[in-house]
Unconditional design. Structure first.
Length: 329
């Protein structure tokens, strides 16, 4: 195999893409990032914080553009992180979510297969699967063998991509692995996601910039980890001699109330009840009540374990948002 190693990341402007690019660059990779269109608002962010990434324009809904990008990048590893990833948005735009988050996986797999040609070992492929595929969880905790029962258009789309990745692995001998990642957060998380929505609001409330925070279901429980830890698991999967699927999770579950406890405590507020309101319009049409993952397989095979715990993660995010909002005071 030629050196240095070359990697192509779709969805590179998201939190996972940014952390993964930094990790791969630190390991000496040449990193290419797929960006959709010239007007992508996050393109400038990518250039500013990780200028070493080589940006290529393409679209997960256009196979021909993906084949062109692959021929330019010449990657040894492809990380397919691109998706419409906000679950709530998927009910409003189920068709678009399906086109990008489901069929986009098929397009990327097919483009990679065509690029690799008869040498299926030429490229190793990672698919970003999701714990949202479990939805109405049939067992606790969830493992790689737990029945998928998605409860959102996003979860359904991710399940399609997950099974398609397995199909390409079994049909064509592709080194294609899926990481079933449970919720993972960071200061780079978009403000539409509940964790960042909370930490940003807490920072603004502490600084006097905001009075209240509206949320939906406060009793929903998730297995939350740090995105910077989880991208290391992605890389480890593609270093294995055989492709496989792995649950990546902390194995610990927390409710939205727990999230509020830790976030408000980080700014010295012990009783958050007077700052938080419940808005029924923010409750999902089909709720996922509780998710918790069993990452035993990843521990044993990949040698991977999370390093940042829940309290440290939330405090990190609050501190970041405090620092970023202070100039508005």
């Amino acid at each position: 195999m030629d050196f240095p190693r070359r990697a192509l990341i779709t969805g590179i402007t998201g939190q996972d893409g940014l952390y993964l690019a930094e990790l791969l660059l630190s390991k000496g990779y040449v990193v290419f990032g797929l960006v959709r269109g010239q007007s992508n608002p996050k393109r400038e962010l990518l250039h500013r914080i990780i200028p070493e990434v080589k940006v290529l324009t393409g679209d997960l809904t256009d196979v021909s553009s993906l084949i062109r990008v692959l021929s330019i990048a010449g990657p040894h590893e492809v990380y397919n992180l691109g998706a419409i990833s906000f679950v709530g948005y998927s009910w409003e735009n189920a068709a678009l979510t399906s086109d990008v988050t489901a069929l986009g996986v098929l397009n990327m797999l097919e483009a990679t297969r065509l690029y690799a040609g008869s040498d299926m070992g030429k490229v190793r492929f990672y698919q970003a699967s999701s714990s949202e595929m479990y939805g109405k969880a049939q067992e606790v905790p969830q493992t790689e063998r737990t029945l998928l029962w998605p409860r959102s258009p996003y979860g359904v789309a991710k399940a399609f991509g997950h099974h398609m990745t397995i199909n390409y692995r079994e049909s064509y001998g592709m080194h294609a692995s899926s990481g079933i990642l449970f919720n993972h957060e960071s200061p780079r998380r978009g403000p539409e996601f509940v964790t960042r929505k909370v930490t940003l609001a807490v920072a603004r409330i502490r600084l006097g910039l905001q009075e209240t925070l509206a949320l939906g279901n406060l009793d929903a429980r998730r297995d939350w980890g740090f995105a910077g830890d989880y991208v290391d698991a992605m890389w480890r999967m593609l270093q294995q001699p055989e492709p496989d699927d792995y649950v990546i999770a902390t194995g610990k579950s927390h409710s939205i109330r727990d999230l509020l406890d830790v976030a408000f405590a980080a700014v010295g507020i012990s009783d958050w009840s007077r700052y938080v309101t419940q808005d029924s319009t923010l409750i999902r049409p089909a709720e996922v009540e509780s998710l918790i993952g069993d990452a035993s397989k990843a521990h044993a095979t990949l040698g991977w374990k999370p390093e940042v715990d829940f309290r440290s993660l939330v405090s990190m995010m609050v501190e970041h948002d405090l620092a970023n909002q202070k100039h508005l005071v």
